[in-house]
Design a protein around this ligand. Structure first.
Ligand SMILES: [Zn+2]
Length: 376
């Protein structure tokens, strides 16, 4: 049974989790608050990998303030871990604190946890309540949950277009379709991702750095390029000494060795229809513990990812401008029937004046993730 204050306190725990958005990867963003007699005793969020998890941070915070946690309620955004990873299991620390209740937003489909955290708490005589604000908790960690469930990251593509869905003029002009506010928000999405993925065409055309710049972050995502023929210029600005992955089907050892000196890793992938097999790229990233992939690319790579069924989410900034005959967002074969269209569902709109930000996703993929974190 939910108690009247449960939503309030779980929202506080979600705020804790959101506060470590750029910190915890490859671990999930998790928050915890501890409450007794409607009073906050302690709170915390998961730290950098290898550091303490949210539950232990909250327990220490409460104990540092001299509180006795017996009879308290824990609010945790993810099922507490029950296995030894880099740190001891959080369920042991919770049980030792002797709370009366533990409220959990979502279960952990991690095969190492898989409901055992919840079971351990119940066996210790603690009342456990699950699935409170599960969808909000999932929204903070779609990549981690996707990786646990399917072995591959959650992928969104950042798009900027005119009202008529055009991204660039035929003469190539494209950089400033959307406003400074919209472009700054794009850096938030780069910052929370583990990988910023682009294509050779964007590197050749825009020569971008693809780094996070308009906000402070303790870590930069890895930048990655899909470059089937390994034609990327060695002088590209993206090779700035920080890690870059280049996915190709074409091995050139001499060029690879020169780029390695610039911290560039060449990854030779299987070929599919004459290009890098994008399924294989995402499976490889999953093995590297990549949770979220932010795509920022032209119509070629966007079209290929869409056709391969690999775009989970669209992040579209739309300016109230009409460009008329110009480049579209996705290069795709011509469709003959409307029911062949790629179908997404809008789930959020926000204004970044004068532009709009639209978010849409593959609803069935989202529902699969959500279903996996709901404790039955
Ligand atoms: Zn833990």
């Amino acid at each position: 049974m939910n108690q009247p204050d449960d939503f309030y306190w779980m929202n506080k725990a979600l705020e804790q989790a959101a506060s470590v958005m750029f910190v915890t990867t490859p671990n999930p963003r998790v928050g915890c608050v501890i409450v007794k007699n409607r009073q906050l005793l302690g709170q915390g969020a998961t730290q950098k990998a290898g550091g303490p998890h949210a539950e232990v941070c909250a327990i220490h915070n409460a104990q540092d303030n001299g509180h006795d946690l017996a009879g308290s309620t824990f609010y945790v955004t993810l099922e507490p871990c029950s296995h030894y990873g880099k740190t001891p299991p959080c369920v042991d620390a919770i049980i030792a604190a002797r709370p009366a209740r533990v409220v959990i937003a979502m279960a952990d489909p991690n095969p190492l946890v898989g409901g055992r955290g919840i079971a351990r708490l119940q066996e210790a005589g603690i009342e456990v309540h699950c699935n409170l604000l599960a969808e909000q908790a999932l929204a903070l960690n779609p990549g981690f949950i996707s990786r646990m469930l399917t072995g591959r990251p959650w992928v969104w593509t950042k798009l900027a277009s005119s009202l008529d869905g055009r991204m660039a003029l035929y003469n190539g002009q494209s950089q400033w379709i959307t406003s400074a506010a919209a472009r700054a928000d794009g850096h938030y999405w780069r910052a929370r991702s583990c990988v910023v993925l682009t294509g050779l065409g964007t590197v050749l055309h825009d020569d971008p750095l693809m780094t996070v710049r308009s906000l402070a972050t303790p870590r930069q995502p890895v930048r990655a390029i899909i470059d089937s023929r390994f034609a990327v210029p060695e002088t590209a600005r993206i090779f700035n000494g920080e890690p870059v992955w280049v996915f190709t089907t074409h091995l050139d050892e001499a060029k690879a060795a020169r780029l390695l000196a610039k911290n560039v890793q060449l990854i030779v992938m299987p070929e599919k229809n004459g290009h890098v097999d994008l399924d294989a790229v995402l499976a490889w990233m999953g093995k590297q513990q990549i949770n979220e992939v932010h795509v920022e690319a032209g119509p070629g790579l966007n079209g290929a990812l869409l056709q391969a069924g690999l775009l989970d989410e669209l992040l579209l900034y739309m300016a109230p401008k009409i460009l008329g005959d110009a480049h579209g967002l996705f290069r795709l074969p011509v469709l003959n029937e409307l029911d062949q269209a790629y179908q997404f569902d809008f789930f959020e709109t926000q204004t970044f004046a004068p532009d709009l930000r639209l978010r849409a996703r593959l609803q069935n993929r989202w529902d699969t993730l959500l279903n996996s974190v709901v404790h039955k």
